[in-house]
Design a protein. Sequence first.
Length: 71
Amino acid sequence: MVQLADIQKQANELSEEDREGLVAYLLHGMSGLPSGADDEEVGRREAEMDSGAIPPISHAEFLAQVGRRSR
């Protein structure tokens, strides 16, 4: 029987690209996760940015806020 600790150790040995693929695979297999913003929410957020109520952020700032570095 495979233990979680063994899988974690093997995952740590993967390249970053392979770890990202593994994460995507695992998330795809989970039920109950939101798929993202719906069309109504996207429209509302676009209107907020277009009106100036919410200032847009740069791509680099977005990546920094979600804890990723730009490539």
